[in-house]
Design a protein around this ligand. Structure first.
Ligand code: MG
Length: 105
């Protein structure tokens, strides 16, 4: 699946439920933050070792996968609504980070 096809899937899902009226940039940014918190909660109180092994437990792995999907969904919707090219934005940011944090050559 491409980013664009994922955005179309999510846009169609929202359109068929008449949820587009709720998908303002503000609401989507807030929902994204909430879902990031739900993802973080899956790791709360785990030791570093337990967190590295989280996918070994099928129930926990499923919860982590689903929260990651929620985060991705809202990021994709937000980018769609704001007409942000996520691939271009990622390249720009990686290039800026490379200048800011030069690695070993
Ligand atoms: Mg969630």
């Amino acid at each position: 699946m491409t980013l664009r096809s994922m955005q179309e899937l999510l846009s169609d899902f929202a359109e068929h439920r008449e949820w587009e009226q709720f998908h303002t940039p503000k609401n989507l940014a807030m929902a994204l933050t909430g879902e990031a918190g739900e993802l973080a909660a899956e790791f709360q109180w785990l030791t570093p070792e337990q967190s590295a092994d989280v996918m070994a437990d099928p129930r926990h792995a499923r919860a982590v996968r689903h929260e990651m999907a929620d985060v991705l969904s809202y990021l994709l919707r937000l980018a769609d609504v704001l007409d942000v090219d996520l691939e271009q934005a990622l390249r720009e940011k990686v290039d800026l980070n490379a200048l800011k944090y030069p690695g070993r050559t």
